[in-house]
Design a protein around this ligand. Structure first.
Ligand SMILES: NC(=O)c1ccc[n+]([C@@H]2O[C@H](COP(=O)([O-])OP(=O)(O)OC[C@H]3O[C@@H](n4cnc5c(N)ncnc54)[C@H](OP(=O)(O)O)[C@@H]3O)[C@@H](O)[C@H]2O)c1
Length: 282
């Protein structure tokens, strides 16, 4: 039977590499949907990925800040075997974080919530829904005062915590309340918390039928998203190198230890890992 795979934010960076890797390793009858917000960039990327691919590759415009469009696409596809929620908005250190927060949070967090809500119910037995998060997405990277907002939270509680954080960024109280200055940190913790929340509601049924919902970290990869934040890319992977281990998680038999967890290079990163760090941002 034809399998359908979908990757968000896939016209460049890791998302594009995930499409290429999926299209190289899925069957000729399978379909990989390369999605992104800009029609020209999405079509050009899909044309490029389709060249030499084993599976079919098609372009679909999907701006992930449009949660209704996410729901409509999930409904129109009916069944999606592999979903990778990957998009991230540009974020730079030298512009006020508050000025970038709304778009950044909508793309990373609003979309993660919408993808989990809309696509998880459409996964067939053996399906995969992965959210590309980060090693910074473990609870220990937050001030301990914030842990109760995310630890064992339901999806609605994660959404409320994200909104509390967004408002604190705008009203200037975020530093006093312990929120890290670098928006990427709370955003990634919230993504992993959202995955954990949804996974907790479906764990037994999913494990029984080989379905996986999890978060993944690709490691440090040289892309538009990482370039403004790191000086040393000596140890960084290329997007193509980063895509391999993520697609292994998609295609390997389900390891129950990975269910609902954050996975990096085939290993689970414990939820309580990490310690607060801060980055110079304006
Ligand atoms: N790079 C790293 O070192 C690293 C490390 C850990 C985790 N990650 C995670 O990996 C994922 C991919 O990051 P990346 O480094 O590949 O970033 P990237 O190169 O900046 O690519 C981001 C992609 O998201 C798309 N996007 C932005 N806004 C969108 C929207 N509203 N709707 C749909 N697509 C949208 C972008 O499209 P446009 O081209 O139209 O802007 C682009 O295709 C992110 O979740 C990131 O946090 C990356």
């Amino acid at each position: 039977m034809t399998r359908i795979a979908l990757v968000t934010g896939a016209n460049q960076g890791i998302g594009y590499a995930l499409v290429e890797e999926l299209a190289a390793r899925l069957a000729p009858s399978d379909l990989v949907l390369l999605t992104g917000r800009n029609p020209e960039r999405v079509k050009a990327a899909a044309d490029r990925a389709a060249r030499g691919a084993r599976s079919h590759v098609e372009a679909r415009v999907l701006d992930v800040t449009d949660t209704e469009a996410i729901a409509a696409l999930a409904t129109s596809l009916g069944r999606t075997d592999i979903v990778i929620s990957n998009a991230i908005a540009p974020l730079v250190p030298d512009r006020p974080q508050a000025a970038q927060a709304d778009e950044f949070i909508a793309v990373s967090n609003g979309a993660t919530h919408a993808v989990l809500r809309s696509f998880a119910p459409t996964l067939p037995p053996g399906g995969r829904l992965l959210v590309v998060a980060s090693g910074l997405g473990t609870l220990g990277f937050l001030d301990p005062r914030l842990h109760p907002l995310f630890d064992t939270a339901a999806l609605e509680e994660v959404e409320a915590a994200v909104e509390t954080w967004r408002q604190a960024v705008h009203d200037g109280t975020a530093p006093r309340k312990g929120w890290p200055a670098w928006l990427n940190v709370p955003s990634k913790v919230a993504q992993v918390a959202a995955v954990r929340a949804v996974a907790a509601t479906r764990r037994d049924q999913d494990l029984a039928n080989g379905t996986l919902i999890a978060a993944v970290c690709p490691g440090l990869v040289d892309t538009r998203a990482s370039r403004p934040w790191f000086d040393d890319f000596g140890e960084a992977r290329t997007p193509a190198q980063a895509a391999g281990p993520v697609v292994d998680v998609v295609l390997n038999p389900l390891d129950p230890a990975m269910y609902g967890e954050l996975i990096q290079f085939g290993k689970v990163l414990p939820w309580h890992n990490g310690k607060p760090l801060d980055r110079p941002v304006s």
